[in-house]
Design a binder for this molecule. Structure first.
Ligand SMILES: [Zn+2]
Length: 108
């Protein structure tokens, strides 16, 4: 009987550890996000171009979805652009139609 109880306690503890690890991971993610956001703003980025739904999918400096997945979502929601990471511009808008960075496409 005590053995079962111990197993249950351990299971609960393991669950708590996972939760704690998830909280830490989230906190780290948020700090990374803030750092990237500061860099983005320092480079003259425009946060207003990031809409609520796009922020949700943002995971700095990568995204939790591949570019093609985000492009497909943008198509699905009939958006002309979607936010993604550009090596030249940081977080940038990409054209849904051809998947090109909007700013890379602008000729100087
Ligand atoms: Zn670009």
């Amino acid at each position: 009987m005590n053995e079962i109880l111990n197993q249950r306690i351990q299971a609960v503890r393991a669950g708590k550890d996972i939760t704690h690890a998830q909280i830490v991971a989230k906190r780290n993610l948020r700090e990374e996000l803030e750092t990237e956001m500061e860099k983005f703003l320092a480079n003259g980025g425009e946060p207003k171009t990031l809409e609520r739904g796009q922020c949700m999918t943002f995971r700095s400096p990568c995204f939790d979805k591949s570019k093609s997945e985000l492009q497909a979502l943008a198509k699905q929601f009939k958006r002309k652009t979607f936010a993604y990471w550009c090596d030249s511009h940081g977080i940038s808008q990409f054209k849904t139609k051809d998947g090109q960075c909007v700013r890379c496409g602008v000729k100087a």
